[in-house]
Design a protein around this ligand. Structure first.
Ligand code: ARG
Length: 570
């Protein structure tokens, strides 16, 4: 597709000395008021060099510009030169591109841009999968799709928290308070019950803590009984996590969790020692980060056991060796900022040039409104309850508004869960979220259901026209009948898609996609409101239908990039 902004900058760079084409591209604005043109070039910066007032520069510049093939009018207004694009040409360029790419609009078909590892979700075994893990899961999944859309090959890793002293505690608690049957029956909620019980009782009986530590040491030494129990607890937990992943439609390429690095940490520790980075402090091994104004990174405790950071260091090396990543991205809560800053520094001190490719993507907290989100299963797999509630609430909205809808259950699932996912990523991810059902499930707001509804509306027009949704033919388009403001509005939005995906990737911000989805939906609804589509005149009908079809592809793919389904009817 032609990039008119770029072409304009090239032409302007001939007229303006001292500014490069790239600088001009960066200066060109897109006026929100279309009466001010499609592009505006501000002349303030030139005043000093030309020793003239900006409005005079603008006037002279406007006059010096001759005919430009894709520009219908040039005006100077105050310090700006405004350019009006040839609308027919614009519509033609954009529609051609979108309709040619079709279902794949915005999504690369090749994966030749190198590997990107994304570490997301990563819940802790035998502990609840809470709303923070939901954020990591959906953000990570979206980043995965965004980078793949740009032609990278992504490797999604669920870095399970499946190692540590909590397993010693769990073993002691299991022997004291539970049974095989109870765990098989109740799953994680039973694991959590006995874990809490252990903590309460260990406050009175500190010897229980010692017992737990002993069990963990046995695990570390390879004791079969302890490891069998550990494996079983892990399996029980994973089965339940899997239910949530299925609801969300999220998958992983690897489940290598912390335990996987048990036999890989010694080599990392030795390397740190060989490179003279380790210092012994009260029996513990640490890497000092004084120069970086950070607390030291703890590598081993006094008793020789490893830590969270030790496993992350070993894991990063393993990933570099096995995936030769261009980037390795970690999606976790903001609270882990220091942890990542510390061990990223350690990798840098080891003089691995790929330390610059390690990226922490932190996100804010979610809090719940008015305690209305009661949990049926006593705080366990809290998240599953939220997702189920979202589906229940959507089901009743459908019953009320559209009881005749076919596949009601399927649509309720897609819309309810999509609503929760969308809300999670609508704002910059660093921001805290105050969860509110009213906002999440609002079909008219800036929400997932609104975008999905707009997509379904586009599908329904296409279907009513008699075209096959799955197999849309190319037909001749008369560009002169689709150059009104509302059409140009949606066309301009469509043209932005590639740039939005790139910006979302560069900033690790799925929210750019979510915001864009809403802009696209709003522009489409305006187009739809202003332009009746299924009219008698075949020429007009087909030309407008082409816009509908193009929008449908784009809306579906924005939702896809967020990890949200797009039902054809709702
Ligand atoms: N299990 C950790 C938690 O729940 C998140 C792990 C993130 N990934 C990592 N490589 N440290 O907080």
């Amino acid at each position: 597709m032609r990039n008119f902004k770029f072409e304009l900058a090239e032409l302007l760079s001939d007229k303006i000395t001292g500014l490069s084409q790239d600088e001009i591209v960066a200066m060109i604005e897109v006026p929100t008021n279309t009466a001010m043109g499609d592009y505006a070039f501000p002349c303030f910066k030139l005043a000093k060099e030309l020793r003239k007032a900006p409005p005079i520069i603008a006037k002279e510049l406007a006059q010096s510009i001759g005919q430009i093939e894709f520009i219908t009018e040039v005006q100077s207004v105050n310090a700006y030169v405004n350019f009006f694009l040839d609308k027919k040409l614009l519509v033609k360029e954009v529609l051609n591109k979108v309709l040619t790419e079709g279902e794949n609009y915005g999504i690369a078909s090749t994966k030749d841009k190198g590997n990107i590892v994304i570490d997301y979700s990563s819940p802790n075994i035998a502990k609840p999968f809470h709303i923070g893990h939901l954020r990591s899961t959906v953000i990570g999944n979206s980043l995965y799709r965004i980078f793949e859309a740009l032609g990278h090959n992504c490797i999604g890793i669920n870095h399970l928290g499946d190692w540590g002293t909590q397993f010693g505690k769990l073993i002691v608690a299991y022997k004291k308070y539970s049974s095989k049957e109870e765990i098989e029956q109740k799953g994680i909620s039973e694991l959590l019950r006995i874990y809490v019980l252990f903590h309460d009782e260990a406050k009175e009986n500190p010897e229980m803590d010692q017992e737990a530590r002993d069990y963990f040491t046995r695990m570390e030494k390879g004791d079969a009984e302890a490891l069998d129990l550990w494996r079983w607890f892990k399996e029980v937990s994973l089965n339940e996590f899997e239910r949530v992943y299925n609801m969300l439609g999220v998958t992983f390429d690897s489940y290598h969790g912390e335990a996987f690095y048990n036999d890989k940490m010694d080599a990392s520790i030795r390397e740190l020692e060989d490179k003279g980075l380790i210092e012994i402090s009260e029996g513990a091994k640490i890497v000092r980060l004084d120069d970086e104004n950070m607390a030291p990174c703890l590598i081993t405790k006094k008793d020789g056991s490893s830590l969270y950071a030790t496993r992350d260091i070993a894991a990063a090396k393993y990933r570099k060796e096995n995936y030769d990543f261009k980037k390795c991205i970690y999606v976790t809560a903001l609270q882990q900022n220091l942890h990542f800053a510390q061990w990223f520094k350690v990798i840098e001190k080891l003089e691995y040039d790929w330390s610059k490719d390690l990226v922490h993507v932190p996100f804010g907290m979610v809090s719940m409104d008015g305690g209305k989100l009661s949990t049926r299963s006593g705080n366990v797999i809290f998240l599953e309850d939220i997702l189920k509630d979202a589906v229940d609430k959507t089901r009743s909205i459908i019953e009320e508004k559209n009881p005749q809808l076919p596949n009601k259950e399927e649509v309720a699932q897609k819309v309810g869960i999509g609503a929760v996912i969308f809300d999670d990523m609508y704002n910059n991810i660093i921001k805290d979220i105050q969860f509110s059902w009213e906002r999440v499930l609002n079909f008219d707001g800036e929400t997932g259901p609104y975008v999905q509804y707009t997509h379904a509306r586009a599908c329904s027009v296409i279907k009513k026209s008699g075209l096959d949704l799955e197999n849309v033919p190319h037909f001749s388009i008369d560009y002169s009948v689709i150059s009104d403001n509302a059409t140009v509005g949606i066309i301009k939005e469509l043209a932005e898609f590639d740039e939005v995906i790139q910006a979302a990737a560069a900033n690790y911000e799925p929210s750019y996609i979510a915001r864009y989805a809403v802009d696209l939906a709003q522009a489409f609804n305006k187009f739809y409101h202003d332009n009746p589509i299924l009219v008698e005149d075949e020429n007009i009908k087909n030309s407008r239908l082409a816009v509908v079809i193009a929008t449908k592809y784009a809306l579906k793919n924005t939702l896809y990039l967020l990890g949200i389904e797009a039902p054809v009817q709702m």
